[in-house]
Write a protein that binds this ligand. Sequence first.
Ligand code: AMP
Length: 224
Amino acid sequence: MINCGGIMRLILLGPPGSGKGTQAQRVVDTVSVLHLSTGAMFRQAVAESNEVGLQVDPYLKRGELVPDDLVTAVVVNRIDQDDCDSGFLLDGFPRTMGQAEALGQFLEKSSKQLDGVLLPLVSDSEIVDRLSGRRVCTEPDCQKVFHIKYDPSQRDGICDGCGNRLIQRDDDHQETVRNRLRIYHEETIPLIEYYRQRSLLKEFDGIGTVEQVGQRLLALIETK
Ligand code: AMP
């Protein structure tokens, strides 16, 4: 159990399609902590066609990782803002050893510590099943995530949160999913050992309904 003494700095690790986005939504609905998803930040930047958006767009389309320097600059700049003083839940970052080390150096320089790294355990075949059924809200400020089988919206193709249209993300198509999984194995799996050695890793069973998995995750987080 993670005892954060009121401030939580957490990382939600795990492969694409392991339910990170959905579970992060549950954590922030229950515990007062800021949800920072690099994927959502980038998709919003692309929708706004701002400078970061133009740089990251080709990587997102191909399902490839955005270069470390760019991702790290965006995240470090974000967590340095005042609203992150009471903690954050990082979702989708870090994804490479370079990013993990850059984050570690930044936190050390700011005299801040990570409280835990949460890892849902999910197999590759389960991931392909989940990603092919995933639907996301097209409204950039909402981006709620649904699943046609495990977490359907009340009205087909319509977001329960804001009423906008739901779509399948470009990078959830089969070819791109395989590429993203390959990159996860090559680049992100080494982080599991890195955080285990620092006694920060908390694994939980990622198979089951959104409700069941959410309860396991929340049980790992003790707030005071
Ligand atoms: P996600 O929604 O987390 O699957 O992220 C969508 C896409 O954003 C990824 O396929 C990458 O192109 C990019 N991205 C998000 N987070 C990172 C990261 N930490 N490092 C590199 N690229 C990232």
